[in-house]
Design a protein around this ligand. Structure first.
Ligand code: S3P
Length: 166
């Protein structure tokens, strides 16, 4: 038997992982964990400062460490790059249901453009963010148990689909 039975939300920046995660946790009466928030609390630094002062690989390792320390049956929203550390994807599959919140790049880009709290957005052009999206879309799909569209859709609607399919 698996150690944990989490619901884990994955997907690109701007997919609404935190918004959907918080509401989903309420509906399922489970505790909610936002990995980005947990890292900020444990490092006592904002994400751009962690990237700048400690580097992206450090952030990825910290994110995986925080994720793997979550026990029980939580709803977890992850950062968009969470799968880019060693065996994180395999850990997720063994420790819960992985849901990929998916939308076309153009929609996601509109939501994230100009966001100073996202180092990737600040340091990359739209074209390279799209390349990253295209590469990650494949990785998210491979890691997911469920793929749910968040394109042009209310949070309520997305939640209803998730709850039916869980
Ligand atoms: C990242 C996404 C961010 C955050 C960090 C890196 C990424 O989280 O973890 O800025 O590599 O896609 P969100 O997906 O919640 O924006």
């Amino acid at each position: 038997m698996n150690e944990n039975n989490h619901v884990i939300l994955i997907g690109y920046m701007g997919a609404g992982k935190s918004t959907v995660g918080l509401e989903l946790a309420r509906k399922l009466n489970r505790e909610y964990i936002d990995l980005d928030t947990e890292i900020v609390l444990s490092e006592k630094k904002q994400i751009p400062a962690i990237f700048e002062e400690l580097g992206e690989p450090y952030f990825r390792a910290a994110e995986a460490q925080v994720l793997k320390a979550v026990k029980g049956e939580k709803v977890i929203s992850t950062g968009g790059g969470v799968l880019y550390f060693q065996d994180t994807g395999r850990w997720m599959k063994k420790n819960g249901t992985v849901i990929y919140l998916n939308a076309p790049f153009e929609e996601l880009y509109e939501r994230i453009t100009g966001d100073g709290n996202r180092p990737l957005v600040m340091n990359n052009t739209a074209a390279s963010l799209e390349q990253v999206f295209n590469q990650r879309d494949i990785v998210y799909r491979e890691a997911a148990d469920l793929i749910v569209s968040v394109s042009k859709r209310s949070v309520e609607d997305t939640l209803d689909e998730i709850i039916v399919k869980l």
